[in-house]
Ligand binder design. Structure first.
Ligand code: FE2
Ligand code: FE2
Length: 394
């Protein structure tokens, strides 16, 4: 079996990637082409958009190159370092010791000896090399001769140099015309590389919700965003931040337990993660995702995402808004919803207390375990609202 492997950040994928992949696919009769976006963060450099978006754009760009193309999520989801030697080891095991041809640029060929475990890399694949710039042809031939003398192999594809790069696009040196049309359309619609950070994060978060969640959960997410914006306006909070938190709060709802546990633990803030009920982990994990994948450092956003499943002692107003918007948004159906919603529009703390009472009772009625953060939050809001006359708000 012959496999052509094409790895890269694809931040974003452009027509240069596409042309060289099509050209390399003609080199021999491949049984499979695997395009593999690197995980985030890579050991090489950070990426501007999250792995899941780059994986999605790679699908749009390369999905139709050949009927045997697979856009692999291996490096973004395997919870290990995405070193090339590990990826090749994985592919060798998965595909029964297949012949792997790895498509790389000339700059990568010249530095291949410095890659981690490069002898293993060269034992497990044949680099298929294209020139990244003109005038390096002789250097490529010399390097290939050197590798062959060492018992390894590499092949050169003499293809015209396409002077396009992802960094050039991000830096504004290239126009949209260097991108496949579908990639260009999604970048425009969701402002994926916008200079305005808020616009970029809101757009990216919305696209993530669309591609990572099922239809029902996506609609729920938009409903949470809508109510969070309404409550945020009432209480004079930063509505832009609330929108980002709302769009991300359930982003890992369909993610495997292993990844949830890994991400929740990696946040480094919650030290009782292993004791937490399983259904609460996606909030903690989503905060880690927001931080690592989107580069969000704003604690208001991170805590609003993190505490939306359990609540916590001393919640900020933004956290209260996301918690309540999640519980009371359009589509939620339970008896006291209308009452709690009207309370949320008048008094956040009292609404939080009543919401937590309702939530704890509901969890108990299902025979499930109550998280300690929720119990602490309940106590906190009880004390805070003890002297609050509820009738005033009815
Ligand atoms: Fe949730
Ligand atoms: Fe939710």
């Amino acid at each position: 079996m012959k496999i052509l492997l094409f790895g890269g950040a694809f931040d974003p994928p452009h027509n240069g990637h596409l042309s060289i992949l099509k050209e390399a696919a003609q080199y021999t009769e491949f049984d499979k082409i695997i395009v593999m976006p690197t995980g985030t963060p890579t050991h090489k450099k950070g990426c501007m958009v999250p792995f899941d978006v780059r994986h999605y754009m790679a699908q749009l760009a390369f999905g139709n190159v050949d009927s045997d193309v697979e856009i692999s999520d291996y490096e973004g989801t395997n919870l290990k370092d995405d070193y090339t030697y590990l990826t090749l080891r994985h592919l060798k095991e998965k595909y029964d010791n297949a012949d792997i041809f790895m498509l790389i640029g000339s700059d990568s060929l010249f530095s291949i000896d410095s890659w981690k475990n490069s002898p293993e890399i060269l034992a497990n694949c044949t680099p298929v090399v294209f020139a990244r710039k003109t005038g390096v042809e002789q250097e490529i031939y010399d390097k290939i001769a050197q590798l062959r003398a060492q018992g390894a192999n590499a092949v050169y594809i003499p293809y015209k140099v396409i002077d396009v790069s992802s960094s050039g696009f991000r830096g504004g040196q290239h126009s949209d015309s260097v991108l496949p049309q579908a990639v260009d359309a999604v970048i425009d619609e969701y402002h994926l590389y916008d200079d305005n950070e808020t616009k970029r994060l809101q757009g990216t978060a919305k696209l993530l919700a669309k591609i990572m969640l099922d239809e029902k959960r996506y609609i729920h997410t938009l409903n949470v965003e809508k109510l969070a914006a309404e409550l945020g306006t009432i209480y004079h909070l930063d509505v832009d931040k609330l929108r980002i938190a709302a769009l991300l709060h359930d982003i890992l709802k369909h993610t495997s337990y292993d990844i949830l546990l890994h991400r929740a633990g990696a946040s480094g803030i919650i030290n009782r993660i292993k004791d937490k009920p399983k259904q609460t982990l996606h909030g903690f994990a989503a905060a880690d995702y927001a931080e690592k994948e989107l580069g969000i450092t704003d604690e208001d956003i991170l805590w609003s995402v993190r505490s939306h499943t359990c609540g916590r002692n001393g919640m900020t107003d933004m956290e209260k808004v996301i918690y309540l918007a999640d519980m009371l948004c359009e589509g939620r159906k339970f008896e006291s919803r209308d009452y709690l919603l009207s309370l949320a529009r008048k008094n956040l703390d009292l609404a939080m207390y009543k919401a937590l009472v309702h939530s704890v009772e509901w969890i108990k009625s299902k025979g499930n375990e109550i998280d300690t953060d929720s119990l602490e939050a309940l106590e906190y809001f009880k004390t805070l609202t003890d002297n609050c006359k509820e009738e005033k708000y009815e």
